[in-house]
Design a protein around this ligand. Sequence first.
Ligand SMILES: C[S@@+](CC[C@H](N)C(=O)[O-])C[C@H]1O[C@@H](n2cnc3c(N)ncnc32)[C@H](O)[C@@H]1O
Length: 326
Amino acid sequence: MNFTVYQAPQGLLPDLTRELGTVREITAVREPLVVAAGPPYPAAFAANIWLEPAFSPMASISDAAKTLKAVQRNWACAPVGHFRRAALVVAKLPKVSARPLVFGEPLPSSPLGAFTLWDEGTLLYSPKTSEPVPGGDYRFDEDREGPPNRAYLKLWEALTRLGTMPGAGDVCLDLGGSPGGWTWVLAGLGARVTCVDKAPLDPRVAAMPGVSSLAGSAFAVDVADHPGLSWLFWDVICYPSRLVTFLTRLVARPDCPRLVCTVKFQGETDFSAIAELAAIPGGRLMHLSHNKHELTFVRLRPGEDHGLDRFAAALGPSAPQDSPAP
Ligand SMILES: C[S@@+](CC[C@H](N)C(=O)[O-])C[C@H]1O[C@@H](n2cnc3c(N)ncnc32)[C@H](O)[C@@H]1O
């Protein structure tokens, strides 16, 4: 049986089912999980994708733990109910590190599986998942002193998941960058950053080496005015369609920089903008643990490998296939 399990971020199950429903046959939904026919689809609204799922009968709590331990050491539980029984299975498994990530350190590399008690007598589990952290929840050891706000966590997560980041010698534009959480991250990495925003940078960020700022609209920016531009960051509050127009023009340039852009939804999720962004060659849309009702669009340069392809072999084409029978 060829099927895949997708875990929705908190509160975004409707978005995930709508996104998947256009490319896959959904056969079961038990919050936060969606079971769909066919090979894995890189759904933007999935926090984690279970790449090799299987249903297995379980006679008892101990039996479930035994089944999992026979496969591998590390498991994260995503309960869909039966919370007490699920907790009892977790208690019988080896502990998985709960240590927050440290920005700049590589992601955990040990295989991490996911499981749930689908019902009283059925275990659903996958030894392989798309994300190397439990539930795709990227938590960091936070910096409560340096940055002017918590927006820096979004960029920490995006760069960590990309597996590559700017450094000394890079020229960055940070559009909609005030008060400067992202600029703080980029300058801290040693890059040269120009922030463009109608609002000012926090004076402490503005004083960091390599930081400059321009007061004005991101939509008026011409990248040709920024020679050597290697990365463009976008956290502007605007309708997604305006970002699509900006990016469509930008990606047509042979010198298009690497891109990290927040797609912000005001009210309804704009699925037509999502489709247009998903169609940009070389791009990837993802929901970060630190995104709210937002997605993040990322794109490196042609030929550059990024960390999001860690599981590319398992993330196959989007053609619908046979349905599973959960
Ligand atoms: C979510 S905040 C950005 C936070 C920032 N990334 C940080 O790390 O501190 C959104 C920013 O978009 C800016 N903004 C809204 N419309 C803009 C426009 N047309 N051009 C430039 N900035 C704009 C706002 O002034 C605001 O500072």
